[in-house]
Design a protein around this ligand. Sequence first.
Ligand code: NAP
Length: 381
Amino acid sequence: MIKLAVLGSTGSVGTQTLQVVEKFKEEVEITALVAKRASEKLLHQVIRFKPKIVVSYEIPSKQWLSYLPSETEYLHGDSGLTEAVRISDRVMNAIGGVSGIKPTNVILKEKKILLASNKESIICLGDIVKKNRELIIPVDSEHSALFQLMHCVNREEIKCVYITASGGPFKDWSLEEMKKATVEQALKHPRWNMGAKITVDSATLMNKGFEMLEAVNLFNLDMEKVKVVIHPESSVHGAVQLKDGTFLMHVGKTDMRIPITYAVFYPQRKNYPFGETSLLSLSPLHFEEVDESKFKAISLVRTVSKKGGAYIPALVGADEESVDLFLKGKIGFLDIVPMVERVLEKVNIPAPKTVEEILFTVEWARKQVKEIYEKEYAKVG
Ligand SMILES: NC(=O)c1ccc[n+]([C@@H]2O[C@H](COP(=O)([O-])OP(=O)(O)OC[C@H]3O[C@@H](n4cnc5c(N)ncnc54)[C@H](OP(=O)(O)O)[C@@H]3O)[C@@H](O)[C@H]2O)c1
């Protein structure tokens, strides 16, 4: 029996993880569920899966607590999260955004298997991730694909790797049109149904930039060997180009439950329990170059990767705050990446060495975005 904790259980990846567990009830025990709020959804999950521990960061009402099954203990905040990790073998970190950084550190410190969905932590905790690679199974569909493909060949055979991008909702829009893009339009991802922050990151292509940084940390690759290609169908999740000029591709449905199942059971491969798949249904497959004059996040990430140090957590913090301002209707879609760029221009702090220093840098960058917004946008708005 696999003892699995799900952090961020009420979100998009968390919910799909529980759908997978539902199909393999005899083989997985949910030990703990963790979310931000003591919401109705979390309560329903607890009643359904009866974990040993439930954790929230919001203080629950007496009534909420009264509905908990007798098997389940309520624990609060960071100490609850640490306990949830301790009693598990594998931990899915599907917490959204920079709030996932500390949990990834706890999971790896406790030497548990990390099912790595939260990408902000894989990017920011570079050195810790690199030291603990054998404990990490990627969940992002692109990295799950590369993880599987790279196990098929010797490293010397690999020329480069490709991460695919659907291109998001604005792939074919002009810059003039993108300038007027609304929150609702940005949240309409053509292929994936995900949380709000990653959906906006997919529209700016910052998500692909983050995935490039993730690939560098997870697979010990030089950034020059990590390429991005637009693939509107999102059926090919990743590809490895070999030195003889051929490509190995990982192709499948756009269903996050596939990489989630792979990570939960790795190294065992399970049957797909959510219907049939056929190669014909995945046809046709198209590939296009990224228009980097429109999607500047990609070249920005390459620069940040070269600079390293404080630039990486600053990129992640500034992006999170800028996306938040966009989602609140305070800045425009085309303000997001330039806002991040401006914060990066201000970076003059030493490379963070500890997790505390990394978190400090993330928060520093968020504060810079707030300050730029207050000075330049709030007054005008
Ligand atoms: N969605 C996808 O298909 C997908 C694919 C690949 C990678 N990822 C990555 O996976 C992560 C999660 O994405 P998502 O789309 O599933 O996000 P989401 O739908 O927004 O869900 C976020 C989850 O995190 C919880 N959470 C937020 N802040 C928290 C905090 N401070 N402490 C504890 N829990 C907190 C939320 O709890 P509440 O519900 O109580 O707010 C919710 O359960 C992100 O890093 C994303 O980039 C997602």
